[in-house]
Design a protein around this ligand. Structure first.
Ligand SMILES: [Zn+2]
Length: 396
């Protein structure tokens, strides 16, 4: 059976001394990464084939003499970067990521701690060479902690605990099928008629953010006031991302808890982001994050996710008679069918079309217990099953 691992990110309440340790450990991790990346580049240019392990050996040989201050913090801070670098290059050579970059102080500061060095007890965590640090809440999952990462966001410290669950979460009991239409004006419309408005936190806080950024740009470099202004901007960015995450978690949890099969459109987010008019609103909705959350939650609860080909005319097809209405434009909020006379909310029509791709194709054939074609249509009573739309089937 595949083990499920989940991450719980918990805010820490470090003392002044503990914060100093965190800063030091982040510095060690950053220094090591930069050293390793620099050495990798140098060796590569000299025609050698560097590896993470080889660099680590080389580093450990000079560490006691050249970098004795590294022994003040957990050994992982100066060991793990080599493993991270190795996998960063693996992703790069596999064309899955860009070339690894040098790290800068104050940007994504973090350090890793291995499972053998971490102890959790109620609302506190034990960190090597530091002792117990208070946490804002207790660990939410029961299982084995396999690793931890301490990171600095805005002016706050967090620990992300990676936990291998003792027990697999209950699979979703419902047999219902749902289609989800994601949009820029409304976050999501479900084929059941439910609507999820997006919180659009960036749009709401944009003026405030611009104002804070302007204040920051006027402060003298290196000054104390500049640092204060920088923290204000970082805090607002953090708040915006929290609001966005919260909205998306509510939506993705609702979907994975209540529906056995979920049909979503394969949105071309990258393509849409290149449209500058829309880019900000799309980023504000967090479609990438939606896919990520739905991906892991559906794996946990055994939902079937059907990603419908982006060329499937979900918004142009009538959900009742399946005749395509080419004259509908982006500004039409209501879909009107010239063939059967159906008048329906545009997004709802698209969601029902997406839902119909599941009932007529893979879900039942995959050996899952079938949801009847009309299982969750009572509220709308609008669509018919039995068509064969052009969908690409795959689960992620
Ligand atoms: Zn029609």
């Amino acid at each position: 059976m595949v083990k499920i691992t989940l991450t719980h990110k918990i805010r820490l309440k470090p003392t002044y001394k503990q914060e100093n340790y965190f800063r030091q450990a982040c510095g060690v991790a950053r220094f090591t990464w930069n050293w390793a990346l620099g050495e990798w580049k140098r060796q590569y240019e000299a025609g050698k084939k560097p590896t993470g392990l080889g660099l680590k050996r080389q580093f450990n040989a000079i560490k006691p003499v050249e970098f004795p201050w590294m022994y003040n913090v957990t050994k992982y801070a100066s060991q793990q970067p080599f493993i991270f670098l190795q996998s960063a290059f693996k992703r790069f050579f596999g064309k899955k990521a860009n070339y690894p970059q040098f790290k800068k102080k104050g940007i994504h500061d973090s350090f890793y701690i291995g499972c053998d060095h971490i102890k959790i007890e109620d609302k506190r965590v034990h960190i090597p060479k530091l002792g117990w640090v208070k946490m804002r809440e207790a660990l939410r999952f029961s299982g084995k902690v396999i690793s931890a990462t301490v990171c600095h966001v805005a002016d706050k410290w967090f620990i992300s605990l990676n936990v291998e669950l003792n027990q697999r979460p209950q699979p979703c009991e419902s047999q219902a099928v749902v289609g989800v239409d994601l949009g820029v004006s409304r976050l999501a419309t479900l084929s059941t008629g439910q609507k999820f408005e997006g919180s659009k936190p960036l749009k709401k806080h944009l003026n405030k953010l611009k104002c804070l950024q302007q204040q920051l740009s006027r402060k003298q470099k290196g000054s104390n006031n500049r640092n204060k202004a920088r923290i204000k901007v970082a805090r607002l960015h953090y708040r915006i991302s929290c609001i966005r995450q919260d909205t998306l978690h509510k939506l993705t949890s609702h979907l994975s808890n209540n529906f056995a099969a979920i049909a979503i459109e394969d949105l071309n987010v990258k393509g849409m982001m290149s449209n500058h008019v829309l880019a900000r609103s799309i980023a504000d909705m967090g479609f990438y994050e939606f896919r990520r959350q739905l991906g892991y939650k559906s794996q946990m609860r055994n939902n079937h996710i059907e990603v419908v080909d982006r060329w499937f005319p979900s918004s142009k097809r009538c959900s009742r008679c399946h005749v395509i209405n080419d004259s509908i434009t982006l500004s039409d909020r209501v879909f009107k069918c010239n063939n059967c006379g159906l008048e329906i909310d545009r997004e709802l029509n698209a969601a029902i079309n997406l839902e119909s791709t599941v009932s007529s194709t893979g879900f039942q054939a995959c050996g899952e217990k079938g949801a009847g074609p009309d299982s969750c249509r009572d509220e709308t009573g609008l669509n018919e099953a039995g068509t064969k739309p052009c969908t690409d089937l795959y689960t992620f």
